[in-house]
Design a protein around this ligand. Structure first.
Ligand SMILES: [Zn+2]
Length: 146
């Protein structure tokens, strides 16, 4: 979705994902939620403002909105995968974003530990379809309430 006036930067992986758009789960004029192309675990989501802006240059409203969206994502991911917990990471530079990674007890297998490789059971496109269908079925709006 091209938005007039939104600043996109070349060589920024988040801007690239917004431009590509094929893994976007939900979006509005300010934010996008997309499935990570190289997930650490099934259900790995990224939330970002559409504008290319760093954490240090962000308006506090953006940080507040990211946490609201994060809460909605956790609700959806909990319904979808029943994880034992989540890793939540804030990317500061060059494009502020939050990553949400569902975690399960024992999900660091010997392959991860000894071969520096992750085995993901679900490709990102399948995660996208699954989460899109589930959010519609349950009426969970990730960008609702902003
Ligand atoms: Zn960017």
């Amino acid at each position: 979705m091209f938005i007039k006036g939104v600043k996109y930067i070349e060589q920024c992986s988040i801007c690239d994902e917004i431009r590509r758009g094929d893994l976007i789960l939900e979006q509005n004029y300010e934010y996008v939620v997309y499935v990570c192309r190289r997930p650490y675990n099934n259900g790995h989501l990224i939330i970002a403002p559409r504008n290319h802006i760093s954490l240090k240059n962000s308006d506090p409203k953006i940080i507040k909105d990211l946490f609201k969206i994060c809460k909605n994502c956790i609700r959806l991911l909990s319904e979808a995968y029943s994880p034992h917990g989540f890793n939540i990471d804030i990317v500061q530079e060059p494009h502020v974003a939050m990553q949400i990674v569902p975690r399960w007890n024992g999900d660091a297998s010997f392959v991860s530990v000894f071969h520096n490789t992750r085995v993901i059971a679900e490709p990102p496109q399948m995660t996208l379809r699954y989460l899109r269908d589930l959010s519609n079925k349950l009426g969970i709006r990730l960008l609702g309430g902003l």
